[in-house]
Design a protein around this ligand. Sequence first.
Ligand code: CUA
Length: 174
Amino acid sequence: MNWRKLRTVLLTALFLCLIPATRYYQIDQPILRSLEGRRPLDPAELHLAGEFVENNLGTEMDSNGSVTVRMLAQQYLFIPHCILVPAGIPVHLRITSADAVHSFAIEGTGYNVKVLPGTVSETQLQFPTAGVYKTACREFCGAGHYAMRSEVKVVPREQFPALRPDERGNCGAQ
Ligand code: CUA
């Protein structure tokens, strides 16, 4: 084998090795973290028990002031349909899918979280000012994909803890 042939073979081998590597890094790092050391969720059980049961969805503020949002993506909606969060502080998002692969993208921001059945995707959101943000699924998930939309309503930080618990997780009485 002459040097040219050898070089071609080596370059081809290197290229083939890089394909799986790039695919791996395309997956969001939060998803990779969430895959480590957790028992997989059973999508069929989501509505019945555990962290993602309906009355546990939406925004929650702990006594230490940290804010967590729990959401469910399913064909073809996000639950809750509208979430309420405070401006100016980090919001910890935990989201999972009841069926297909979806994504939760917040328009006008860089946020686009891939949502997979059987696992929890986590990320940290932060909104500098109050306002309403449209969200959309950006992963083709079936016939109703283009209608899979929701909203994030960001309220001034000082208004948020004053909300009654039953107002959390929806944009109702604002
Ligand atoms: Cu869900 Cu596209």
